[in-house]
Design a protein around this ligand. Structure first.
Ligand code: ADP
Length: 300
């Protein structure tokens, strides 16, 4: 059976056909053009789905369902986006109702994109052996998904794990000190640019630090500490056996993982918390699509 995966993002909608092994058989992407209404874009998405099914010779009876991952905050119960910062014209838009106009027959699953990515890491990625883990994405913002007691935790409205707004450092950086405002890729670039008085990208800030720039070294060290602080809060709250960390910033690799492990090993409350395994996400390519499809193929 085939799952139709739809990953709605701030810049593009990725659409794909994913089989039961997690293989993406065919895919297409549409720009999330702000000049188009959400209904228009869903209509184009439906056309793309039909085109892919035709191209792959897949009959309707071979489709198990549609999985949609979307940025939070959202209302998963009612299939609506709520107020995702990067999709202002979609606020309050009923994605599932709109999709039903095009596809009445198949079940439609709708979840936060980080929650969907969490299920994908359990299905095919770094958390296959874990029954209690948290997936954290450090990217443009910071998000997470929670998998506990062998189940995905989605919360009352589908926003469980939207951890970008846990408080890490009150008063830091002239803001309220929310996690993603001081430790996301966006936050690193903003602070690096302020310090050096010119535009500096996230990767460049890391590179300058590695080359010995003292200001960037200090910024990156404090960022690692702030990433560690957020991880400690999650470990102390939820008692996971494993943290899986993905997102663009995690591509820095071992220095970031070593620093977070070091912080956690000193500051988590319980002895088992201090030993929490912390590993990179395994799915990077097509993670959004496979996450969306996992909502169809995997029980949660
Ligand atoms: P999105 O937030 O759209 O899902 P990503 O997960 O790719 O996108 O995250 C984008 C963020 O990650 C940006 O702040 C970008 O600068 C940063 N980033 C991307 N690649 C790297 C890298 N190799 N090293 C450090 N930061 C990176």
């Amino acid at each position: 059976m085939i799952a139709i995966g739809i990953d709605i993002g701030g810049t593009k909608i990725a659409i794909g056909l994913v089989d039961e092994t997690g293989t993406v058989l065919a895919q297409q992407s549409l720009k999330t053009d702000p000049a188009k209404t959400p209904s228009q874009l869903i209509e184009e998405t439906a056309q793309a789905v039909n085109g892919l099914l035709e191209q792959q010779n897949i009959a309707p009876a071979d489709v198990k369902g549609i999985g949609v991952g979307a940025p939070g905050p959202l209302d998963a119960k009612n299939g609506r986006l709520d107020s995702p910062p990067n999709l202002p014209s979609w606020h309050g838009f009923g994605v599932v109702d709109e999709l039903r106009k095009h596809f009445g027959a198949w079940p439609i699953h709708f979840q936060n994109d980080a929650t969907a990515a969490t299920l994908a890491e359990k299905w095919l990625g770094a958390a296959q052996e874990a029954d209690n883990f948290i997936f954290i994405t450090v990217s443009t913002g910071i998000g997470a998904g929670i998998y506990m007691h062998g189940r995905l935790i989605t919360g009352a409205s589908g926003n469980a794990g939207d951890v970008g707004f846990i408080m890490v450092e009150p008063g830091a950086a002239g803001t309220e000190g929310y996690w993603e405002q001081i430790a996301s890729g966006t936050a690193i670039a903003r602070q690096a640019s302020e310090l050096l008085g010119r535009p500096v990208g996230t990767k460049e800030a890391f590179d300058l630090a590695a080359d010995g720039d003292a200001q960037m070294r200090e910024l990156i060290d404090v960022t690692y500490k702030r990433l560690g602080m957020g991880c400690v809060s999650l470990i102390n709250t939820l008692d996971p056996e494993l943290l899986v960390i993905g997102g663009g910033v995690s591509q820095i690799g071992e220095p970031l993982f070593d620093a977070i492990r070091g912080y956690v090993s000193q500051h988590a409350l319980s002895p088992s918390g201090r030993r929490t395994a912390i590993v990179p996400a395994a799915l990077s390519q097509n993670a959004g699509l496979i996450g969306a499809a996992s909502l169809v193929h995997q029980a949660y």
